[in-house]
Design a binder for this molecule. Structure first.
Ligand SMILES: [Ca+2]
Ligand SMILES: [Ca+2]
Ligand SMILES: [Ca+2]
Length: 496
């Protein structure tokens, strides 16, 4: 069995190859004169390379409008929900920047770069503002600690005198989690419609769940946690400052009480649908399959998303539990796609903005390595259908959402990273609303290349599995062919 490359040098080699690949692909397409920025769909249905049907019907098209460049490895783009119109850009290196009226303020909102480890896949990974931020000024960060790499979730508060500067001395730990490996740190923070804080944590790292955490309910690794940050069940413990919601699924029985959902490998970017409260969990795969999971707002928690018995909706490593997991003992993804050349899913958001009515309800997600952006919608029969919207041609580390529901996407490129706004280009487009950004500039500039999709041919990507909702259900999918042990890309995602 081949071991996944975990060394920094290995990762740099990999990144070089990815960038090279993206560049060459882009050059090739440019040579064809295809400086297309968006993909328009023909009315075709075709078999993807994974054998799943991807339907192509009439669909919206999108472009990317550059908002700001010169960023350093953004991992999260979000808003404070306080009516200020500001966008907060989280840099993996430890800074939170404020974007307002199209410009980044010179002074970071918060700079904790001295607390944050800078290794590959580690750093400042998540940010979420308290639902009552406008009143209490509290926000929450998720980072890996510079000393031992453990995950730290901490609360900070805005300063008393300046709404654009946080108080670096206001830190209070919410919780910490030791990380046995350097990668798979998860790092998503998101407040649900219930006011609780949801925290994604990866399986501990490396390759094939070596710590066997995915299905272990006595560890937070490989889980989504759900905690109430408005009170403290552990008054004697300065490193645990939260309460367990009494309706968490493992309260009163086996399993750690903070666990909300399990069976995850590296949940990299999860989001709540601001309209419905549904929760989308993108989970980075191991060898072959990338996936997106769906948890309806009505969920009472306890979903098992399958790792490391399954990878996507497929048996992983001939685990003897596979048949049971494929037939009701786990919650299968709503979307999946195969590796080569894709390698690592970056979860996005469901569009709920007002500028582009034809995008409303579409769940955006992308592949980190190839920069392919897909849009998924749920069909009347419950199945989710995915369509390629754009091949950005650069590394995509995260999406973002502003206060008005407009969406953004990040080109991850060291200190030349770029934030783009997703712009719909089809159908009636009412006057763009009060989106905080303005810069009406062209499509992707420099780097790897914006490119068109390789048109008609069954693209090497795939997707769209057929799973109505999140409830465990049987699938016709038999255990797939033996999964290649060779891992195309060692790493799920961003790293310096
Ligand atoms: Ca406490
Ligand atoms: Ca319990
Ligand atoms: Ca899964």
């Amino acid at each position: 069995m081949k071991k996944k490359v975990t060394s920094a040098s290995g990762f740099f080699r990999l990144r070089f190859l990815i960038v090279l690949f993206a560049s060459l692909t882009g050059l090739f397409l440019l040579a064809l004169g295809e400086l297309v920025t968006a993909n328009s769909f023909s009315d075709l249905a075709f078999q993807g390379s994974n054998g799943l049907t991807q339907k192509r019907g009439s669909s919206p098209t999108i472009e990317l409008e550059q908002v700001v460049s010169g960023l350093t490895q953004p991992t999260t783009v979000t808003n404070a929900g306080d009516g200020s119109g500001r966008i907060f850009i989280v840099q993996e290196t430890g800074e939170i920047l404020i974007l307002i009226n199209g410009s980044v303020l010179p002074t970071p909102f918060l700079d904790i770069s001295d607390l944050v480890s800078q290794d590959p896949e580690r750093g400042l990974l998540g940010l979420a503002f308290h639902p009552d931020y406008a009143e209490n000024g509290f926000f929450y960060v998720d980072y890996t600690d510079h000393v031992d790499g453990k995950t730290v979730v901490a609360r900070y508060q805005v300063s008393a005198g300046d709404p654009n500067v946080a108080d670096p001395d206001s830190a209070q730990i919410v919780l910490t989690q030791d990380q046995p490996g350097g990668d798979h740190n998860g790092g998503q923070l998101a407040f649900g419609p219930d006011g609780n804080l949801y925290i994604s944590i990866g399986d501990g790292g490396c390759c094939g769940d070596p710590f066997q955490t995915g299905q272990d309910l006595e560890t937070w690794l490989g889980k989504i946690l759900r905690v109430d940050i408005n009170s403290d069940d552990f008054p004697g413990d300065p490193n645990r400052n939260y309460a367990v919601p009494p309706d968490n699924p493992f309260v009163g029985g086996p399993g750690l009480d903070e666990i909300w959902a399990y069976g995850l490998r590296n949940p990299w970017r999860c989001s709540f649908d601001r309209t419905t409260g549904d929760f989308f969990i993108a989970d980075v795969g191991q060898d072959t399959w990338e996936e997106v999971n769906f948890q309806p707002a009505s969920s009472t928690g306890g979903e098992n998303y399958g790792w490391s018995v399954l990878e996507g909706a497929h048996c992983y490593n001939n685990n003897p539990l596979c048949d049971d997991f494929l037939n009701g003992d786990s919650t299968l993804p709503i979307l999946e796609y195969q590796h080569f050349p894709e390698c690592s899913v970056t979860g996005g958001y469901r569009y709920r903005g007002q500028s582009y009515p034809d995008l409303v309800g579409i769940y955006f997600y992308a592949d980190f390595c190839t920069g392919r952006i897909w849009g998924a919608t749920q069909q009347v029969n419950g199945a989710w259908e995915s369509q390629e919207l754009l091949v950005a041609g650069f590394l995509i580390s995260t999406f973002g959402e502003d206060e008005t529901g407009e969406l953004y996407v990040v080109e991850y490129n060291d200190d030349q990273s770029v934030l783009y706004r997703i712009v719909g280009t089809q159908g009636p487009t009412p006057t763009p609303t009060s989106s905080p950004t303005s810069t009406p500039s062209a499509i992707p500039t420099a780097t790897p290349t914006p490119s068109s999709t390789p048109t008609a041919t069954p693209s090497p990507t795939a997707t769209a599995t057929v799973t109505p909702t999140s409830t465990p259900r049987p699938t016709p999918t038999p255990r797939g062919a033996p999964i290649p042990r060779v891992r195309p890309t060692p790493h799920p995602r961003p790293s310096p």
